[in-house]
Design a protein around this ligand. Structure first.
Ligand SMILES: Nc1nc2c(ncn2[C@@H]2O[C@H](COP(=O)(O)OP(=O)(O)OP(=O)(O)O)[C@@H](O)[C@H]2O)c(=O)[nH]1
Ligand SMILES: Nc1nc2c(ncn2[C@@H]2O[C@H](COP(=O)(O)OP(=O)(O)OP(=O)(O)O)[C@@H](O)[C@H]2O)c(=O)[nH]1
Ligand SMILES: [Mg+2]
Ligand SMILES: [Mg+2]
Lengths: 277, 291
């Protein structure tokens, strides 16, 4: 976003356009623009760097200051991957497994999507690539019972992490959200509550509905962290600023490709800079 | 709802009898905000609102309705006509036709291939589902499972990485067997991956499909314009399918895509099962987007 006009109202409109086109949302964009306008009004002379820096700082204030690390404990940590259909849960689980293996952690996977065609084959192939065990059952079997068995197995084998894949689901499906609650309940019965990392996987191309998704999943089962996928495209993922600001849930990683290496820690500064480009 | 909100704004210009530059400002601002919140692209909203303003100014308002209601009606009608391109029926009459599904990763192509196959089967047309996604893990198995559920033919070449070769062989086999509909599922890809977009273009050039359907997720935000612009430039799209409409996304991407490509949205996906598939209704979509 580089102001091109000497007319500052026109420049502010261009900035508003860039913010909204980043999926920041109307209300947050107007809020941020108002803050910028009042800061610029205090300056005798405005140059582009001023605007860029001020804009970046205003946006960063809406992001959280909290930890963006995955939970790490002395006993088994279970990471469960949840979210809407097709957002990249299974792929992100595989990427996370690689990261953990590269930090010398012992990892096991659980195939708790027992519904979608070839979901179990898909995660099994990832398990082969990663050379890790995958606990699975039959299609149509109860996802929560697979999770139950997987946690037992992970504890018995002294695993550091158990990564649980779940079926995609819409947050407005009462039945599917109840199923998810049941899976989470089973996990909470078998490990300390603090050892469960609930990662919400958000597709980076999603618009305002991303906020409603995060809110619904958060209210239903609670979310510890978010991974925003597909940011190797042209979408800016601005909706996460609203999510962090209003729901207080940190983005921990971003997905930037289809290979197992394509997962990087979320860096607020890089993210805002990329948004303002 | 928008209509209810407008009752309030126009209480004070009721009976004025005409839409003017002055009294149109507030309602246009309100609708603009609603469209942006529904994920309609910023530039699309700007151009659309400009043309609505032009159409509305000077319009007479009957004393039986408020100017606000009149403006909303104009906007609604414009949205419906924008998304109601020339009749976009999928051919269920001709002897043989082929269709290819394209789109971003995870948009719902493979699932939609199954739904199309099921739709054709209901219309007594034999179908063959072609697994031409040679990249995604277990992609062939996913489509094979779906083909078995539908009861349709299935074709792939197990260790072939070139989708064009798979599709050529599939078409030959289908025509020999007298199969009437060939549905090609392709790998999801980004609109900015040039090599992969060229691959799609060469698939189209080879197969010369009767339908090139862009499968888009109804939750897509502002980026919908960038995405469909590229797909529409590398390929000659014949239509759009909007998936995950059973969610609660307002679906402004539908308006962005219709505006940008001028192509018809032919079907919507409303669930994960084979039968969760219905024709696209522009009037229902317009109401949903306006909120
Ligand atoms: N370009 C890109 N593609 C991704 C990324 N993450 C996942 N994908 C692709 O998105 C598609 C869907 O990924 P999955 O991991 O199957 O998604 P999912 O959420 O498990 O899907 P369901 O289980 O069906 O709900 C696949 O084609 C992945 O390769 C990413 O960061 N970038
Ligand atoms: N609720 C709902 N889910 C859908 C719909 N269409 C597809 N899905 C789900 O979305 C997810 C992704 O669907 P796929 O068919 O694998 O998507 P794809 O475009 O083939 O993915 P890639 O091949 O990786 O690009 C799956 O979980 C599907 O069941 C729909 O209309 N509604
Ligand atoms: Mg999955
Ligand atoms: Mg697919």
């Amino acid at each position: 976003i580089l102001p091109t006009s000497t007319d500052w109202e026109e420049n502010l409109e261009q900035i508003e356009e860039a913010l909204i086109e980043s999926d920041l949302g109307v209300d947050l964009s107007m809020n941020v623009l108002e803050k910028l306008r009042s800061q610029l009004n205090l300056l005798k002379e405005i140059n582009n760097d001023d605007v860029f820096n001020k804009m970046g700082n205003i946006l960063k204030k809406h992001l959280l200051n909290s930890s963006r690390e995955l939970k790490e404990k002395d006993s088994l940590v279970v990471v469960i991957f949840i979210g809407i259909n097709g957002t990249g849960k299974t792929t992100t689980l595989a990427k996370t497994a690689l990261n953990l293996l590269n930090s010398n952690k012992k990892v096991m996977l659980a195939a708790c999507d027992t519904f979608r065609a070839a979901a179990i084959e898909q995660i099994s192939l990832w398990g082969e690539k990663l050379n890790v065990n995958v606990i699975k059952g039959n299609y149509g079997s109860d996802a929560a019972s697979i999770a139950f068995d997987a946690i037992d197995s992970a504890k018995a084998k002294n695993m550091d992490y158990l990564l649980i894949d779940t079926a995609g689901r819409l947050h407005n499906s009462k039945e599917l959200m109840e199923e998810l609650k049941k899976i989470i309940r089973i996990c909470n019965n078998k490990i300390p509550v603090d050892n469960l990392e609930k990662l919400f996987i958000l597709d980076g191309t999603t618009g305002q509905n991303g906020f409603h998704q995060a809110k619904a999943f958060s209210e239903s089962v609670g979310i510890n962290g978010i991974v925003v996928t597909k940011l190797d495209g042209t979408a800016k993922g601005g909706i996460v600023i609203a999510i962090e600001d209003q729901l207080q849930i940190p983005v921990k990683y971003i997905g930037v490709g289809e290979e197992m290496e394509d997962l990087i820690p979320f860096n607020p500064d890089y993210f805002i800079d990329a948004m303002l480009k | 709802s928008i209509s209810e909100r407008f009752q309030g704004i126009f209480k004070d210009i009721r009976g004025m009898g005409k839409i003017t530059d002055k009294n149109i400002q507030e309602p246009l601002r309100e609708v603009r905000k609603a469209l942006l919140e529904a994920d309609v692209n910023y530039k699309v909203v700007k151009k659309f609102m400009a043309s609505v303003k032009e159409k509305s100014l000077g319009e007479k308002v009957l004393t039986s309705i408020t100017p606000g209601q009149k403006i909303v009606k104009i906007i609604y009608d414009e949205m419906v006509s924008l998304m109601d391109q020339e009749k976009g029926e999928i051919d269920i009459k001709s002897g043989f036709s082929s269709l290819m599904l394209v789109g971003l990763q995870g948009s719902g192509k493979t699932t939609t291939a199954g739904k199309l196959s099921s739709y054709f089967k209901k219309n007594d047309l034999s179908t063959m589902l072609v697994a031409a996604d040679t990249k995604r893990l277990a992609a062939r198995q996913q489509l094979k499972t779906i083909a078995d559920q539908v009861g349709s033919d299935f074709f792939t070449i197990e260790d072939e990485v070139n989708p064009v070769l798979i599709i050529n062989a599939a078409k030959e086999t289908a025509q020999k067997k007298g199969i009437r509909r060939l549905i090609v599922d392709t790998a999801g890809r980004l609109h900015v991956e040039n090599e992969l977009m060229e691959e799609l273009a060469s698939i189209q050039k080879n197969l010369i499909p009767d339908e090139v359907l862009f499968v888009a997720d109804a939750t897509t935000g502002q980026d919908a314009v960038n995405i469909c612009k590229e797909f529409n430039s590398f390929l000659t799209l014949s239509g759009i399918i909007l998936t995950k409409m059973d969610g609660d996304a307002r679906g402004g991407a539908a308006m962005s895509i219709a505006y940008t490509t001028g192509k018809t949205i032919k079907f919507v996906g409303i669930g994960e099962k084979l039968g969760d598939f219905e024709p696209f209704y522009p009037d229902r979509m317009a109401s949903r987007i306006l909120g």
